[in-house]
Design a binder for this molecule. Structure first.
Ligand code: DOR
Length: 448
């Protein structure tokens, strides 16, 4: 496809950066948006393709800032091609991927390998975290390009664990790039595992890795971030206690995210879907759901991530605690959140901000997250008028299941556009499209 390919989207309900909607047209050239107007005449612009978007809503493409795409090393669960296909179906046009692949992404070499693989096979745009071990401090400072340092303070993957203050302090003290933490207290988890050993009901997972374990780790990360004014991001915040802590005291250089599952599912899910509800940090109570929602609405939590973490059904069928933690998410996150908006819990504009612009700002990703001239043409056209259930037979992720099967959702993507090219259209993927490596501006100690 030529680099000045011109797409004209007509009659869409366009979400503008102001949060208002304009019924009108958007024109792209190459990878960029060039015009947004009530009417753009096709004869003047000579587009290569026109999409009639009558009745559809045009949003900036979703940036999912926490996913596990399993390549290299764990491709029986997912790979960068299948995962990026799932992204395209879900309206996710960019992702930030975690380092717990095999080998672990803890060196420049491993990062380069992932970037090469992604350039070869990813349908959407990509960025990668570098993972902290007790040993790789210099790599954490020097590796490029990366969206940030991922620290597993708990719920570790082999050497990807730095959970004590002595190990964490030098990482916070040296360097400036963003530190993203999986905040669970591994010491407490280990102790509680022994206490509750022998119980095979997966519901015990939420008791073992309890709210206190999450709170302890978040408190420690916050303490170190404040001491060094170090840019900190708290991944998949799951408890009321952490949200209240941040509500009381959140420095301008700290951000937090929540997953749709921690907003919409709780411990009652174990009874219905068993280990398909098992993840880290675990699902919590209805009260936690409510407090997290309020924190998101109030801006205490900044944005949404899925923590897409696929495992095969065979792996999930093992008896707890042998069953692995994690659930897929990139295909369902946007319709799940837009359904909440259509049911009055929040607005469409808030959902879009939490899933695009707020993420772009927090990670310093230029030219993403808005529909305006000069921004990248990463877009999603969604249908807010029709409901359709999450069906196992329609799922694209290699793992082949969803924790939200049977949920009747609206806001499903009809078209997904990456860099001005249609990558998903009415149930069909264009697997020829390739995304690009994301770039990241240096972290500052304010994200506003
Ligand atoms: O449940 C989870 N599974 N949480 C994580 O943070 C990691 C993930 C995985 O990689 O399976």
């Amino acid at each position: 496809m030529s680099s000045d390919f011109c797409l004209l989207i007509r009659n869409a309900r366009i979400l503008l950066p102001t949060g208002e909607f304009l019924v009108g047209d958007v024109q792209t050239r190459g990878r960029e948006i060039v015009q947004v107007a009530p009417e753009i005449t096709a004869s003047a612009t000579q587009p290569d393709r026109v999409i009639d978007a009558n009745g559809l809503t045009l949003l900036p493409g979703v940036i999912d800032p926490q996913v596990h795409f399993r390549e290299p090393g764990l491709e029986h669960k997912e790979d960068l091609f299948t995962a990026s296909c799932a992204c395209a179906r879900g309206g996710v046009t960019s992702f930030l991927e975690m380092p717990n692949t095999r080998p672990l992404t803890t060196t420049q070499e491993a990062l380069d390998d992932k970037l090469r693989r992604a350039a070869d096979k990813c349908l959407v745009n990509y960025g990668f975290f570098i993972g902290a071990t007790p040993e790789n401090r210099q790599d954490l400072i020097e590796a490029q390009p990366t969206c940030g340092i991922k620290i597993f303070m708990g719920s570790m993957h082999g050497p990807l664990l730095v959970d004590d203050e002595e190990g964490l302090e030098p990482i916070f003290a040296k360097g400036t790039r963003l530190i993203a933490v999986h905040a669970e207290d591994q010491g407490r988890i280990n102790q509680r595992r022994q206490e509750f050993a022998g119980i095979s009901d997966p519901a015990i997972h939420s008791t073992i890795q309890d709210n206190q374990a999450a709170l302890n780790a978040t408190q420690l990360a916050l303490k170190l971030s404040k001491k060094y004014q170090r840019r900190l991001h708290i991944l998949h915040m799951s408890t009321a206690e952490e949200a209240e802590l941040l509500r009381q005291d959140k420095p301008s250089w700290v951000t937090a995210e929540v997953t749709p599952q921690h907003l919409l599912l709780n411990t009652s899910a174990y009874e219905k879907i068993g280990t398909l509800a098992q993840m880290n940090p675990p699902l919590r109570s209805l009260h936690d759901n409510e407090v997290l929602w309020q924190a998101l609405l109030d801006g205490v939590i900044d944005f949404i991530a899925t923590d897409h973490a696929p495992h095969t059904l065979e792996e999930k069928a093992q008896t707890y605690p042998n069953s692995p933690s994690g659930m897929p998410g990139v295909e369902t996150s946007l319709p799940l959140m837009l359904t909440q908006a259509m049911q009055g819990r929040c607005t469409v504009s808030q959902v879009s901000n939490w899933m695009s612009m707020a993420v772009a700002k927090a990670y310093g990703i230029p030219k993403k997250g808005a529909i305006a001239p000069g921004y990248d043409a990463d877009l999603v056209l969604v249908d807010l008028d029709n409901y359709h259930p999450v069906l196992r037979e329609e799922v694209v992720t290699k793992c082949g299941w969803s924790s939200f099967e049977g949920w009747n959702l609206t806001g499903w993507p009809v078209y997904t556009i990456v860099g001005g090219q249609v990558v998903y259209e009415k149930g069909k993927l264009n697997t020829e499209v390739r995304g690009q490596a994301l770039t990241f501006e240096a972290a500052t100690n304010t994200v506003d």
